[in-house]
Design a protein around this ligand. Structure first.
Ligand code: ATP
Ligand code: MG
Length: 231
């Protein structure tokens, strides 16, 4: 697959963390958001000295309130912005023109998969590729929103995704590859999704000394719903 980086920049623009605003938030929400952005920037600096240092961004809905849907809080935008500063490329073959164009399993080093392709790859080929492909950071967006895997029976889908996810975390853990994960979960649900052992490893990967790089944006308003026009 050829990746036309210039075309992607032209069409999608290059997101930067400073594009993210807090005008649509109240003071407390803005504080939480600014702390998160500070942490993300700190991660970006520190990760070059701490191989395998990882980052987690979570957000889930609050009581079904559409303002606090857990969606549209900027997770994907942050992942894209990080990916640009880290100097990797991505494509958007799953693009349908919306924001979800980038809601993918993004893999650096010029190789790109959609979420389902990457999960399949993780399950089927990772061992064979370890000498060829050791990128420093993997971006894994929208954990929990995987589309159906091919050649896996319906009743086995969930189990198969779970085992590939575990395998993926282990793979990064063992090789000190940074893993950036974003998902619409509470911390507890995310822990359940990864499963005990992988979650324990991922917790270690997102911890450095007394600093942690796990951020919950639950309670931050959905920009798609209130952005720009909240009074
Ligand atoms: N704080 C913000 N400031 C400016 N724009 C924002 C902010 N948060 C989100 N947006 C914009 O809102 C849209 C949705 O954001 P994004 O896709 O990054 O959210 P998300 O958290 O990944 O959502 P989802 O949970 O649906 O995957 C994008 O166009 C993004 O640029
Ligand atoms: Mg997203």
């Amino acid at each position: 697959m050829t990746i036309d980086v210039e075309k992607i920049v032209r069409e999608a623009g290059k997101p930067v963390l400073s594009d993210l605003v807090t005008d649509h938030m109240d003071a407390q929400e803005a504080n939480v958001y600014q702390d998160m952005l500070k942490g993300v920037k700190r991660w970006r600096t520190l990760r070059t000295q701490v191989p395998g240092l990882s980052l987690l961004l979570l957000s889930r809905s609050v009581n079904g309130n559409p303002t606090y849907s857990g969606y549209g809080v900027g997770k994907t935008t942050i992942l894209r912005a990080l990916q640009w500063t880290i100097g990797t490329v991505f494509s958007a073959t799953e693009a349908d023109g919306g924001d979800e164009a980038f809601s993918t399993f993004m893999v650096p080093s010029g190789i790109y998969w959609t979420a389902s392709e990457a999960i399949a790859w993780a399950g089927d080929h990772m061992l064979g590729l370890e000498n060829d492909l050791t990128p420093p950071v993997f971006f894994l967006d929208d954990v929990g929103r995987e589309v159906a895997l091919k050649f896996v029976a319906g009743r086995d889908q969930e189990k198969e995704v779970a085992s590939r996810l575990t395998y993926f975390v282990d793979y990064c853990y063992e090789r000190k590859i940074g893993l950036v994960i974003a998902a619409n979960y509470s911390p507890t649900d995310f822990s359940d999704k990864l499963g005990g052992a992988a979650h324990s490893r991922f917790t270690q990967m997102t911890t450095h000394g007394d600093e942690t790089f796990r951020f919950s944006l639950t309670g931050i308003p959905d920009y798609r719903v209130v952005g720009k026009h909240r009074d």
